[in-house]
Design a protein around this ligand. Sequence first.
Ligand code: IMP
Ligand code: MG
Length: 426
Amino acid sequence: MNDLCAHMSKADIIVGIQWGDEGKGRVVDLYAADYDVVARFGGGDNAGHQIKVGDVDIALRIVPSGVLNPRTELFIGGGTVINPHGLLDELDRLAAIGVDVSRVKISDRAHLVLPYHAAQDRTNERARGAGAIGTTGRGIGPAYVDKAARNGITFGEFARRESLAERIRVNLLHRAASLEGENLPSESDLVASTLDAAERLAPHVVDGVAYIHEKLESDKRVLIEGAQGSLLDVGYGTYPYVTSSHTIAGGACVGLGIGPTAVGRVVGVVKAYCTRVGAGPFPSELLDALGERLRAAGGEFGTVTGRPRRCGWFDAVAGRYAVRLNGLDALALTKLDVLCGFERIGIVTGYRLRGQAVDFSAAGAPGLEVVVEEFEGWEQPLGAARSVAALPQAARRYIARVEEILARPVELVSVGRERNELVRLR
Ligand code: IMP
Ligand code: MG
């Protein structure tokens, strides 16, 4: 028994612990240097991971963020939903800047996102009216609905031409009535373009379960990359204002077909303040000039949709909740430099409802009030700092307080947009 286990390496997980856009891509890019495989386990091209290398800005949607490490294989796991043409475009853009995209592998269990999913997403949002979620409009939710309803098309099936055409036909038929008024491609166009994409992507498709387990069994180091954030998890986020997949660390097991015993460390990426795109509860949101200032300083506009992100102070109540959901070992704190120049910086340390202290589960309750702890800010830009000692005292105090409230060590702090603008604490 022990002998068998001894040859298995464990996969480490990096997840965002807020509402996405914590800077996971950046953190994964850094950690990836020590890994043989970087794997995505959920979501689709609703994600937008930005990595900046010199003058090149790379916006990844579905390809894992380990892409800049030439030796790292990039695995898109079975829990994801993939728009085949979107992926082909992304691969073409990466190939154009010299990336060897043959390293990208796609699980045969991953599901397709087709144009009728995006049309359904738009239709659903219109029907929700004032209660619209503010989805990315990429068809992610409807693709997961199809998966659960057993109407989805997997990449395994995508490779079999005969059945694919029939399945697309049936799916279009199912939807024809509900999608009236939407501009959908004809059945023959959709089948032809999907078959074309299938042919081009076929060399990337692998048996996803065999793939990941053979890596672990041969002692390869696997880094698992989350998408979106913990508070957008379909089960534990601010439902119904969430995405349609399990974004928390547990989702990695399901999304890759591995057991919890195959997981090593779990690192949570936390931005030094909070942002959210789309509708839904956001207790620490700043609707005043401070929020505007955070948005401008942090460049907080959506990678996928270009929407301005809602901004607010770091929410430690939400943070503690996410520490639990993910079983975090450690934290990576991003965008600390954005707080530079603020005279006072806030951390939300508590929620109160009608005078009573309440937990994150009360996040959407009318009349919820937040308790803000205020810190003195700092003027000194952080970009040049490479050690804790080089950080201003006020910034060090802020980091220490985050560690204290979340009861987890911060092992990395990002202090600028460049790849090397980082401080390692441990
Ligand atoms: P969907 O995932 O497109 O269905 O969108 C559902 C909610 O999740 C919306 O509020 C989106 O703005 C949000 N969302 C989805 N993906 C991301 C992401 O990668 N970063 C931030 N928010 C996201
Ligand atoms: Mg993003």
